[in-house]
Design a protein around this ligand. Structure first.
Ligand code: TXA
Ligand code: MG
Length: 320
């Protein structure tokens, strides 16, 4: 492991990019001060330049080097949820490479809890910009092997084992105006709106926490996290409609036969989140032609919201 860390550090210092383990998903990391390396993240991922990158830090002191101002509320969120799966979108310092924040006046910042990620950032001595280490629109990687396969072994990956959260961080925009704090969840994750509200329950300013798609979330597109074969989501009382949808896929030539694989979600949402992307990949490579997943009535609230957010974007067909 020490050798791998030294290698990752050497590559980053030399202007390259590396696969970095985090507790959410693996990232494709570059030093924020290296414009060529940051650019090559976009090229490797075939990621559009309108989609900003998250900057990863190892110490709280690095927050003030990136954000133009850190409000009391932002500081409170950072102290409570970091290190962990929450990204804060804050006003950015003018010195940050505009490519990282896609020309926006803000920057997304997070301190990962994976010890290898923080050790790497500390050893490099500079925050690391890192999107999820997958090609644009595809399923995020939760193991080092996923990253190697995604980039045909062309990217060095620091192996930190399987990601234990398994879904990307909650992205939270933090704004303050006229003494009121406005928080908006741009991307749901396992840190939920309720958990965020909870830590502000006796705050000295009014605080609102809203959710829902927002123009400030350029990368959270409708077609995202897509597996290699079609995924159909259906409710248990819509089995007839499922069969119609399969026939339709056949008629369209999307599938030849009806070799389907079933995605079964763990009843514990934290475990379902952890296993989700690896299961989608395994089923995608199983020789099946399509994946079907049954939506259960009771699977809502808490971490289920983030799971359904990803599955809805991954699905080719959604049967309500
Ligand atoms: O858990 C995670 O967040 C992982 C790990 C590697 O940290 N990273 C990740 O990065 O999921 P990425 O690039 O795949 O997704 C970042 C999301 C995008 O949807 C992007 O639009 C949003 O965060 N984002 C980043 N900076 C932003 C900003 N300044 N304003 C609004 N949205 C931002
Ligand atoms: Mg991503």
């Amino acid at each position: 492991m020490w050798q791998q860390l030294a290698e990752a550090r050497r590559i980053l210092k030399g202007g390259g990019v590396v696969g970095m383990p985090t507790e959410t998903v693996y990232g494709l990391a570059a030093r924020i001060g290296d414009p060529q390396a940051v650019k090559s993240i976009f090229t490797l991922k075939t990621r559009p330049f309108f989609d900003p990158l998250i900057v990863h830090i190892a110490r709280h002191a690095q927050l003030a080097q990136l954000a133009a101002e850190v409000s009391d509320a932002a500081d409170h969120l950072a102290k409570h949820f970091w290190p962990g799966p929450l990204t804060l979108v804050l006003p950015r310092r003018a010195s940050i490479n505009p490519m990282i924040s896609a020309g926006l006046p803000t920057v997304g910042i997070r301190m990962p809890s994976h010890p290898l990620a923080r050790r790497l950032i500390s050893q490099v001595g500079e925050p690391l910009a890192a999107p999820s280490a997958n090609r644009f629109g595809k399923t995020s990687p939760t193991t080092a092997a996923h990253v190697r396969r995604e980039f045909n072994d062309e990217v060095f990956v620091l192996d930190g084992g399987s990601a234990h959260v398994g879904l990307e961080s909650t992205v939270l925009a933090v704004e303050e105006s006229h003494g009121a704090v406005k928080l908006h969840i741009l991307r749901p994750g396992i840190v939920t709106a309720e958990q965020v509200r909870e830590i502000f329950s006796d705050w000295h300013q009014p605080v609102t926490v809203s959710t829902g798609i927002d123009r400030r979330s350029p990368g959270h597109t409708n077609q995202h996290y897509v597996p290699d074969i079609p995924l159909i989501l259906y409710h248990s009382d819509a089995v007839a409609a499922l069969e119609q949808a399969v026939e339709q896929l056949k008629a369209n030539g999307r599938i030849k036969e009806d070799r389907r694989a079933e995605l079964r979600l763990n009843p514990d949402p934290l475990l379902a989140a952890r296993e989700l992307y690896a299961s989608l990949r395994t089923l995608g490579e199983s020789g099946a032609e399509l994946i079907v997943c049954e939506v259960q009535q009771w699977q809502h609230g808490g971490a289920w919201e983030a799971i359904w957010d990803r599955l809805m974007r991954a699905a080719e067909v959604k049967i309500q």
